[in-house]
Design a protein around this ligand. Structure first.
Ligand SMILES: NC(=O)C1=CN([C@@H]2O[C@H](COP(=O)(O)OP(=O)(O)OC[C@H]3O[C@@H](n4cnc5c(N)ncnc54)[C@H](OP(=O)(O)O)[C@@H]3O)[C@@H](O)[C@H]2O)C=CC1
Ligand SMILES: O=C(O)C1=N[C@H](C(=O)O)C[C@H](O)C1
Length: 234
């Protein structure tokens, strides 16, 4: 498979290694100094870039009939536009805030726990995410997915806020510590006890492998998909 890497930073480089080991060819490596390119050279594009260019990258792929996998976070104001464009062009598109198998299992655990806690109003939920100091967005895309899944599965919470408490609010704390690949912790606390679940990434390999598996999976398909479709979980 011929892969275009839209974004050739920490993730782009990790994806390159894994893709080559799985027998793929990298035909484009795009960073901020190299934005004039022919996307049709690729069978599939993998976008791990920066929030304010992700939607343009995705649109360029969809307008040129190239399936696109995006892991870039912090651009979701334009998510519905990407979905509409994909449907108009009969293209293929997957966005995931987190491509790792472990986090996708953690997403399911979070939904299950949120459902169980729905009738237990004595528990307040809170979330903490920790990432490396170069991260541009906060809270992380993964934390936003986790919070939205709690809201969909638990009537006690209707919104999330960064560093803010309040009735029916899920407070999210974002910490930035050098070299941390990604840690997410969900805490339910009552007066008598605390329940915590967490996911700790040890490196970026899990995110990158998931993105390459999604790129292999999407070839020949039409539509907007999620990692649940790819991994067949949930
Ligand atoms: N969904 C998931 O599983 C995961 C998502 N992420 C997300 O992926 C994104 C990238 O993360 P990471 O690799 O750590 O970040 P980096 O900062 O290491 O890499 C970002 C890359 O984007 C490039 N870039 C800048 N402008 C453009 C442009 N116009 N077109 C294409 N590329 C451009 C940068 O180029 P230059 O170096 O020249 O500035 C750089 O190569 C982030 O949004 C992060 O949150 C990260 C890990 C997992
Ligand atoms: O920027 C990162 O590094 C990561 N970003 C994603 C997010 O915002 O959730 C996924 C992962 O946690 C690493």
């Amino acid at each position: 498979m011929k892969i275009a890497l839209l974004g050739y930073g920490k993730m782009g480089k990790t994806i390159e290694q894994i893709a080559i080991n799985r027998g793929h060819e990298i035909v484009l490596k795009i960073d901020k100094d190299n934005t004039d390119y022919d996307i049709t050279l690729a069978d599939v594009a993998i976008d791990f870039s920066i929030p304010n260019v992700a939607f343009n990258n995705i649109s360029n792929c969809l307008n040129n009939g190239v399936p696109v996998i995006s892991g870039t976070t912090g651009w979701l104001d334009n998510f519905n536009n990407a979905v509409n464009l994909c449907n108009d062009k009969k293209g293929a598109f997957i966005y995931a805030s987190n491509f790792s198998l472990g986090v996708n299992i953690f997403f399911e655990m979070n939904k299950y726990l949120a459902k169980m806690m729905s009738n237990l109003k004595q528990y307040n939920v809170s979330m903490e995410e920790i990432h490396h100091t170069q991260k541009l967005d906060a809270p992380s895309g993964t934390a936003i997915s986790l919070a939205n899944d709690i809201i969909s599965n638990n009537n006690n919470f209707s919104d999330w806020k960064l560093n803010e408490n309040g009735e029916n609010i899920i407070p999210i704390t974002a910490k930035r510590i050098e070299d941390v690949p990604g840690t997410h912790t969900i805490t339910y606390a009552s007066e008598v006890d605390t329940i915590t679940i967490d996911h700790v990434a040890h490196n970026r390999q899990g995110f990158a492998l998931g993105a390459v598996i999604a790129a292999e999976w999407i070839i020949g398909k039409t539509g907007v998909f999620t990692m649940n479709d790819v991994l067949n979980i949930g």
